[in-house]
Structure formats: structure tokens, C-alpha cells
Unconditional design. Structure first.
Ligand code: AMP
Length: 124
């Protein structure tokens, strides 16, 4: 796993060096609108700590950071009124095969419309 690069775009957003459209923030996480939305609702939820990827976050973050982060994901569902509705998709890309572009762990929240099926092996 490569070392955390503090010049990545999400680190800059956390340091408020570049703007974002925030939807939720607490001591563990920040949620903001994706710049290039792939659905009517497309939000990114990032931990405040410096973690490259899913395996970095889940393998090295403290229990309180991990619990705090997923509580924040749940709060975002509340803020957006998504619970008990037509559903949503939560996903994290990791590495080149996963299509991860920004090397700061994040979860995509997609909602607001019928989402397409996951890409099958035949179509990939
Ligand atoms: P991933 O491919 O999983 O690393 O996703 C990175 C996401 O970050 C993409 O969906 C981009 O559209 C999004 N993104 C890149 N730069 C910004 C930015 N400055 N503000 C908000 N979203 C961004």
C-alpha cells in the first residue's frame, strides 16, 4: 500500500484549501457533494484522518474513528431523508481495479433514482 499523499484533493478539502458543498460534518467525518455526480444524489463521505484506502482505514484506524465514521455515514442518510425510502447505494473503490481516483478513503452514496445494476463480469 502506498503512503498517504497529503496533496490529494480530499486532504485539500479537509484543510479548506479548496471548496466543497458540505452536507454533514462532525469530528470523525465530512460529507460533501461529488463534483461530477453519477446520480441525482451523489455524496462522498470521508474520514477526517489520513487513510489511503478501505484496507488502510479498516486496518489501522482506531475503533472510535471507525465507529465514528460509520455513525456519520448513518447521519448522512438521516440528513438526506433516505431511510425507509426507495433505497440507495453505498460503495468504496480501492486501487486501480476498483477505479479509485482519489487516494483518501471515501464512501460514495448514490441515491435519488433507480440505479443501474452492478457491472457484470461479462460486460466489464
Ligand atoms: P473514486 O474514483 O472512488 O476515487 O472517486 C473520486 C470521486 O471524487 C469522483 O467521483 C470525483 O467526481 C470526485 N471528486 C474529485 N474531485 C472532487 C472535488 N474537488 N469535489 C468533490 N468531488 C470531487
Amino acid at each position: 500500500m502506498s503512503a498517504y499523499d497529503p496533496s490529494n484533493v480530499f486532504a485539500k478539502i479537509l484543510r479548506k484549501e479548496i471548496p466543497c458543498t458540505p452536507l454533514y460534518e462532525d469530528e470523525y467525518a465530512l460529507a460533501f457533494a461529488d463534483l461530477h455526480p453519477r446520480a441525482k444524489v451523489h455524496v462522498l463521505i470521508i474520514p477526517k484522518g489520513a487513510y489511503v484506502s478501505s484496507e488502510d482505514f479498516h486496518g489501522t484506524a482506531s475503533d472510535s474513528e471507525i465507529v465514528g465514521y460509520y455513525r456519520a455515514v448513518d447521519r448522512v442518510l438521516d440528513v438526506l431523508g433516505l431511510k425507509g425510502g426507495n433505497g440507495y447505494r453505498l460503495l468504496s473503490n480501492a486501487g486501480s481495479h476498483g477505479g479509485q481516483e482519489v487516494p483518501h478513503f471515501h464512501t460514495h452514496l448514490l441515491a435519488g433514482q433507480l440505479l443501474g445494476p452492478m457491472v457484470s463480469i461479462e460486460r466489464a
